[in-house]
Design a protein around this ligand. Structure first.
Ligand code: HEM
Length: 317
């Protein structure tokens, strides 16, 4: 007997067992992957919200009034950022109606773009891009991590340069989509960079201090940062793998801090400046006869940047 959700969503299980059937009970945000008939998008963030019941689990009949509070509750995104993200997305989507489904987000060329980190491009002439992550691309993305334990701003900048330089002409993205692509992964860096003393014990540095704390430090008034409460400089690859691959929140998930528009803009700006530097270094190497290929130039430039750039995510406010 199939079981239908009480929230009006058509998400249902052929065997009648949904771990989150009681939407008012303690398990209302339990993970449940999409079932037959449920719709999903190429965005791991909104798919995860559906898989955990922050938005209807079937991914249908969505609107801004559903998405905005869900972004705030699930990821602790500030209201101004949730408003900008949602209305900005609806504007780009040009649906002509207030209602949309998760699958509408896969329409190629609107929000969806080429050169994604973990999703293949829409095929030639296809209206919709794939919504499932590409596991090989995901491995390549994690291989961009310099330390192998976390992805920080330099690592994701390196990944974006690698993806965009694999297209003829070196980008494959117009300016809007290039900025959107950076914004997507900047949001991830800000939302998931939790304290993790185990990673710190394995050599992962803590998030650099804010300008305010840094000034306090100059005056000798700052305490040394505590790894139990200070986020790491980068997001754990284990957390990212589960979120990107299964579209599932970390076990016992609670957002550690609010993510604001300001913090995303800081990280995006920083990431784009690292990307410019990597590209400039790659093109210098390209005209230098000692460099054999553009690709080797990119990796040489990246290695140099890693040495020179010490901090990663924008300070979370
Ligand atoms: C209203 C809210 C949102 C909408 C409508 C939305 C929509 C989208 C769409 C259409 C894509 C596909 C772009 C592509 O072609 O790669 C995408 C990708 C992505 N989104 Fe979202 N998104 C939203 C919120 C978020 C949030 C809050 C985060 C961060 C936690 C996020 C993280 C990402 C990431 C990392 C990707 C890239 C996946 C890849 O490169 O493979 N999104 N989003």
């Amino acid at each position: 007997m199939s079981q239908t959700m009480l929230d009006g969503s058509s998400h249902s299980h052929a065997d009648g067992k949904c771990p989150a059937a009681d939407i008012f009970g303690p398990n209302r945000h339990a993970f449940c992957p999409p079932q037959d008939g449920d719709l999903r998008s190429p965005c791991p963030a909104v798919n995860t919200m559906a898989n955990h019941g922050y938005i209807p689990r079937d991914g249908k009949h969505l609107n801004a009034d559903i998405i905005i509070p869900a972004l705030m509750e699930c990821y602790n995104i500030s209201k101004p950022f949730a408003l900008v993200l949602t209305y900005g997305s609806l504007h780009l989507l040009q649906q002509g109606t207030k209602e949309f489904s998760l699958h509408d987000l896969a329409r190629h060329g609107y929000i969806e773009h080429n050169a994604s980190l973990c999703h293949a491009d829409a095929g030639p002439g296809e209206e919709y891009a794939p919504v499932h992550p590409d596991l090989k691309m995901m491995q390549e993305f994690f291989a961009d991590s310099a330390g192998g334990l976390v992805m920080n701003t330099e690592d994701v900048a390196r990944a974006r340069v690698r993806r965009e330089s694999s297209y003829p002409g070196g980008s494959g993205l117009d300016l809007n989509h290039a900025v959107i692509a950076c914004g997507e992964i900047s949001a991830v860096l800000n939302i998931f960079n939790h304290p993790d003393p185990q990673l710190v014990a394995r050599g992962v540095p803590l998030q650099p201090p804010s300008t305010f704390s840094w000034l306090f430090g100059l005056l000798g008034l700052a305490r040394s940062p505590d790894p139990e409460i200070t986020p790491t400089d980068g997001v754990s690859i284990n957390v990212l793998r589960r979120w990107l691959q299964e579209e599932r929140l970390p076990e016992g998930w609670k957002p550690y801090h609010e993510t604001t528009l300001r913090s995303i803009l800081l990280t995006t700006n920083k990431m784009r400046s690292i990307m410019r530097k990597l590209r400039a270094e790659a093109s210098v190497d390209e005209v230098n006869p000692s460099s054999t290929t553009i690709a080797s130039g990119v990796s040489a430039g990246i290695a140099a940047t890693k040495d020179e750039t010490s901090s990663s995510t924008g300070t979370v406010s």
